[in-house]
Design a protein around this ligand. Sequence first.
Ligand code: ADP
Ligand code: MG
Length: 259
Amino acid sequence: MTTSGSSAEALIRLREVHKVYHMGSTDVHALAGVSMEIMPGEFVSITGASGSGKSTMMGILGCLDRPTKGDYYFDGQPAGALSDRQLAHTRNQSIGFVFQTFNLLPRTSARDNVAVPLFYARKVRTHHDALEALEMVGLADRAHHAPSELSGGERQRVAIARAIVNHPKLLLADEPTGNLDTHTGAQIMMIFHQLHQRGVTVVLVTHEPDIATQAQRIIQMRDGKIIHDGPVEPDRRAQAMESTRVLAQQKRNRESVGT
Ligand code: ADP
Ligand code: MG
């Protein structure tokens, strides 16, 4: 159980986490002693220059990777004490991951892409659950389209549906709007806000200040360390969210004129 009361309820807790990559004779210190906590229901942005360790940190938070040194507690459980199989189970049940490059299976329908985590979870109502997730991202009518028949924004929405199909507590998104234009990115952000409002904890990596300020809190990284961690001023956040809402609405209006 827990030893100190203050961090008892954290969903994410990193304690002096290091990650070292060995590249031939040199060591790359991708994470150089990171400690932080994220509470259930928080919406957090992670920013920092390229190479500052953001994706490495996301890989550890998502149980895709293990620290070289230090501890990661997910939902009170020490991840270091779990076997690879148990980590995979935690990932499947409790964590959704969205990447910049969508990572969909190419010759597979949107519905079947979304259903992939359900197969691992040995669920039976895969079509039903996959369609429900597609509906949540507004793509139920594209269920039988392959990724090549979808726009970039639609592909990312399929990837989000796949990430949420098992109803995870934690949604990790690594530069999810990085390959999308501003209007399409705004639509993606609106989905993250909806998920957050439903109680999902969201951690989002982004280079773009207009996106970062839509979170409740920004963690800034440099050279594998956290150099700043603090709340976003509520007015600034409200403004950024309102601009996003308008951009997403403009795109919807354009689309409804086009069809
Ligand atoms: P960011 O996402 O902020 O751009 P990364 O976490 O991808 O940063 O990378 C942090 C540092 O670790 C960089 O110097 C990068 O080159 C290095 N790195 C990341 N992944 C690997 C890897 N698999 N092998 C070797 N070095 C890596
Ligand atoms: Mg990265």
